[in-house]
Design a protein around this ligand. Sequence first.
Ligand code: NAP
Length: 299
Amino acid sequence: MNKYDIIIIGAGPAGLTAALYALRANKKVLILEAKTYGGQIINANLIENYPGLPSISGFEYATNLYNQVKDLKGEFKFEKVLKITKNKTVTTTKNKYQAHAIIIATGAETRKLNLPNEEKFLGNGISYCATCDGAFYKDKIIAVNGGGNTALEDALYLSNLAHTVYLIHRRKEFRSEKKYQEALKSKKNIKIILNSTIESLNGAEKLESLTLINTDGEKTTLTLDGLFIAIGRTPQNEIFKNVVELDEFGYIISPDGIHTKTKNIYVAGDTRQKLLRQLTTAVSDGSIAATIAIEEMAK
Ligand code: NAP
């Protein structure tokens, strides 16, 4: 069985940053990734809120980080992890590996509407991240879909940038905390559309309009420039349940944001319970997790 100092699961910004720190400390590192490198950020049209990098595409950022890790001789295997044990054995669809420490950095996938054109219009009228992409819709007409804290927070944030924000929710009441609902009342440019779901995403090369259907079966067309989908996230942590604790939404609970309940198994990035899921907080987690893992391996 191949042995490593640290195995990192997930090649998004948190995992790649952890790899960067571990490799620079001369550790033997394996990065396991089920899909491709970069995580969610690779889909960001432009990143404009990363300190010191005024404007960079998500693809360029992720590729730079990936290459930085490759240049340090980070070993990548694009294999899906099936199981990890308390003894730091990792089983993938293809192999079995052994490590002294494991860092789980598997992110959280944004829930999709699963409608035709959703993937095609990503970055061309469709976004899953208001703080990442809001600035591209200055003075435009946009919509936010969802009824939780994220959707209401996004609508409030975007109302300071956009001309009009339609907030579309499938029920007659929001599930978000009341404070956000109170805050909506003072926002003249937020128009609330309840009891409605999005039936189709229309346009040729980019999103041009939505077809909405309400609970009475009536259809309307909403012409707009952009749609922010904020219908929740789904972390993929079920396979780690034997070594970590999960909250009711499936995020890994870590009292200090790094350690899990199992010795030498750490967590970093969006997959843990945290206040702010952003690129800055993901790379911060990755650097701390690797540094602590290295320190504790030596003990
Ligand atoms: P959420 O609370 O799960 O809400 C998702 C919303 O999307 C719900 O209103 C849900 O509708 C709707 N939805 C789900 N699937 C849908 C679909 N296929 N089509 C249309 N609508 C759909 O997700 P969230 O708002 O991202 O929040 C996740 C967690 O993070 C929550 O615990 C939240 O409190 C927390 N959070 C906290 C803060 C904060 O404290 N500042 C900010 C953001 C998020 P239904 O209501 O019908 O289920």
